[in-house]
Design a protein around this ligand. Sequence first.
Ligand code: ZN
Length: 161
Amino acid sequence: MPLRVNLHHLADHEVVLEGKLPVAELDIETLDPLVRLGRPLRHKLTVEQLEQQLLVRGELELVLECECVRCLKPFPHVLRLEDWVACVPLAGEDTAPVEADCVDLTPFVREDILLAFPQHPLCRPDCPGLAAADLEKANTQSGEGPGAASAAWAELDKLKL
Ligand SMILES: [Zn+2]
């Protein structure tokens, strides 16, 4: 079911669009190799016409296949926009294209879905990751132990004198 609404249907009542949109229709290219799309976009939207614009409200949900930036583990990330609202202009410079009396809502959905993408996907907020373990090891192996600290204090003592 495409995300298109027929303006004739909107003339006297609001229209509900509910279903799944194949992710290919969404036409999102992710530049981030840690975020992949595969599953369809679920949507439940109410569209009403107000003067020279459409008011679209509802829910969007897209499950992304992410890889954790810290531990590289794959995990699903549920991107959910509740109370999503979009205004689709039907007049003026930014007027939405109308094809066979239908307006395609996909570009508006695409834009906000992209904005909601995780910037640094984490399998869980406190994931210690691989890097943390490596860093601890590196610290104990390098000379940054208690010896280095006391050398620094010795330098400070010299300054005080
Ligand atoms: Zn992780």
